[in-house]
Design a protein around this ligand. Structure first.
Ligand code: GLU
Length: 499
């Protein structure tokens, strides 16, 4: 239960698709504000669209938020004193409110057939007017309306928008004024007796004692409708704040054209959840204008809706990738290994059981490559060589070219293998800094140059032109695999490259 006079915020997704990245930002800002102020964060499922709402989307949305670390105090799964938190479970209440508004003269029945509405719309468009209902059925007497109902016609219920203007103070946009003449006599209840979004959202925001509504700018034109309905009900509307649109790098509304739009796509690609949160924070908000990298605790400590910018925020995928890499580097190898494991399994490198059996080794493998990957899904490409067969490792042509630059590569590799095996037999270090030092001394003693060994060796062990520290790699492969790969490479480099 939230304390009295504390803000009550909500996130109200419609389960008609995957959670949009913009929706995730809406949830994040509402949550952060509730957490900063010690208020309540409510999750309400707006499933009034019977054809498009799906249970699996509801699960996906809740799951996505949970994976981002966003929790809620009240919601369909955890309950709460203002439940139920699914709109389809609240229908009876809405229809009672609709009946009361009708009785009090704030709403009227409309029998206009769709053909008339369509013709009206077309005429208004042709005259360059905003399409809106012309109030035709408002003139019907009670008897006329009753006669139509008796004849089997099913009316919709429209809100009777009064003359004048509607004002509200938006936390982000300041004073906002709408001319009521621009606001349609909108439908509150459809002919099949199902209530519409603008109507139920007011009932619920009021019943659930919501004090602040932060939501996307696309809802701005709904707000006068909702404010007028609150007035008709004799209630105070919540305080609204409309978050700026998230724009693609083309300056247009974010769409599939310029990047993924669903949160799940980013999670599935292995963006660290902390990077997603941090990046979303920057979509309209800044910590101090200097630091781009910060955690949600900083958001919670500092988030003020009035600091959110009015202008559209640019969603830059390049910056997002960079940020992902920064979070990978800052993570602990242990947690990274855990988070990357499903991606390694999905890439077919090993089974979960195999990885579980070599946890410490995997942590070391991840640590050795931590500087190099940005997304969890990129790790399999970086460390795939560790799981490959020792013979016939696939070589990147660049790596092979680098190795073949050194005419003595086969002999150098063979001599190095002999030396390495002897070190192993003598119980000397076969990895890390000790081995690096000893190898450099070995190279110098033989009058070689570092690349003369290192380039063929890297090609032999990894097949790649660059990557993690060679001596970490030797440690990760172990002596047997290292010697096997060197032998294989010495043989392959001993014959001319296949063209
Ligand atoms: N259910 C609406 C949506 O998913 C949100 C409505 C609101 O925040 O008022 O867009």
């Amino acid at each position: 239960m939230s304390a009295p006079n504390k803000p009550r915020l909500r996130f109200a997704p419609s389960p008609t698709g995957q959670l949009h990245i913009g929706g995730a930002r809406t949830a994040l800002f509402n949550w952060a504000f509730a957490r900063r102020t010690g208020g309540a964060f409510v999750l309400r499922v707006e499933d009034t669209d019977p054809t498009r709402s799906k249970k699996e989307y509801e699960h996906a949305i809740l799951d996505g938020l949970t994976r981002m670390g966003i929790d809620w105090d009240e919601g369909p799964d955890v309950g709460g004193e203002y439940g139920p938190y699914r709109q389809t479970e609240r229908f009876d209440g809405y229809l009672g409110v609709a009946a009361a508004l009708f009785q009090a003269g704030y709403a009227y029945r409309c029998f206009c057939p769709s053909e008339r509405l369509e013709a009206l719309r077309e005429a208004q468009m042709a005259a360059k007017e905003n399409p809106r209902y012309d109030g035709c059925c408002k003139a019907l007497t009670k008897e006329e309306a009753q006669a139509k109902i008796s004849a089997g016609e099913e009316p919709v219920l429209r809100f009777d928008v009064p003359e004048g203007e509607t004002r509200f103070t938006d936390l982000i946009r300041g004073e906002v004024t709408f001319q009521n003449a621009e606001v349609d006599d909108w439908i509150m209840v459809r002919a099949d007796a199902t209530p519409t979004y603008n109507f139920v959202v007011v009932c619920d925001d009021s019943d659930m004692q919501i004090t602040h509504v932060l939501r996307g700018e696309e809802h701005l034109t709904n707000t006068p409708k909702q404010v007028l309905l609150f007035e008709a009900l004799g209630l105070d509307a919540p305080i609204y704040g409309h978050l700026p649109l998230m724009l693609g790098t083309d300056g247009k509304k974010l769409s599939k054209r310029t990047g993924d739009t669903a949160l799940i796509d980013y999670l599935d690609k292995g963006y660290p959840p902390e990077a997603i949160l941090n990046f979303l924070c920057l979509q309209g908000w800044a910590l101090d204008g200097e630091h781009d990298l910060f955690g949600v605790d900083e958001l919670i400590a500092n988030f003020e809706p009035t600091d959110v910018s009015k202008g559209g925020s640019i969603f830059d995928p390049e910056k997002f990738l960079w940020m992902a890499g920064e979070y990978v580097r800052r993570d602990t190898p242990e947690r990274l290994a855990e988070r990357c494991t499903p991606f390694l399994v999905a890439a077919g490198l090993a089974t979960l059981e195999q990885l579980d059996a070599r946890k410490d080794w995997l942590v070391r493998a991840v640590a050795a490559h931590q500087e190099r990957f940005r997304l969890y899904s990129e790790l399999p490409d970086w460390i795939g060589y560790l799981f490959a067969d020792d013979a016939g490792l696939v070589w990147d042509p660049k790596a092979e070219k680098g190795a073949r630059k050194h005419a003595a590569a086969p002999e150098t590799l063979a001599a190095f293998a002999t030396w390495l095996a002897a070190r192993g037999a003598a119980g000397e270090a076969l990895e890390g800094a000790d081995l690096a030092e000893a190898t450099k001394a070995w190279v110098a003693e033989r009058g070689l140059k570092i690349p003369g060994l290192f380039q063929p060796l890297r090609c032999a062990l990894t097949g790649a032109p660059g990557g993690a520290d060679l001596f970490e790699i030797i440690g990760l492969l172990g002596l047997d695999a290292t010697l096997a790969r060197i032998a294989d490479a010495a043989a392959r480099l001993g014959v001319p490259a296949a063209s």
